[in-house]
Design a protein around this ligand. Structure first.
Ligand code: THU
Length: 129
């Protein structure tokens, strides 16, 4: 299950500053699961989110299409991807793609990429050029 892959990689997160470990997993069109965790940095803007890591792993493997997403963290409610990660997901996932957000204790929430980023900026808005 995708959420179990996210749960496992979350253990590897480097989050000494926020103490908030996040794990993410994306299923790609090749049927493989790519995972990522947050990697914080003492120079805080240099830190990266779990979703960004999973997307980078997928792209590095030559894949360009996400068919499902899972994110997990140890919070009181399921963690939702930050604004930047919503745009990163929308680059490779259609609006219909399911994003399962979960807590370690098992509460889950499911939304689509389109629900997470309504009105997403897309290439269609640029017209002909
Ligand atoms: N974080 C993620 O990795 N993904 C999310 O969806 C939300 C937030 C990370 C960034 C930072 O390392 C920590 O959680 C606290 O914001």
């Amino acid at each position: 299950m995708l959420i179990e892959a996210a749960r496992a990689v979350r253990e590897n997160a480097h989050a000494p500053y926020s103490r908030f470990k996040v794990g993410a997993a994306v299923l790609a069109a090749d049927g493989k699961v790519y995972v990522g965790c947050n990697v914080e940095n003492i120079a805080s803007p240099e830190g990266t989110c779990a979703e960004a890591g999973a997307i980078a792993a997928m792209v590095a493997a030559g894949q360009r299409e996400i068919t499902e997403v899972a994110v997990i963290a140890d919070g009181p409610e399921p963690v939702t991807p930050c604004g930047g990660c919503r745009q990163k997901l929308a680059e490779f996932a259609g609006a219909h793609v399911k994003v399962t957000m979960a807590t370690l204790s098992g509460t889950t929430r499911v939304m689509t990429v389109g629900e997470l980023l309504p009105g997403a900026f897309s290439v269609a808005q640029m017209g002909e050029r």
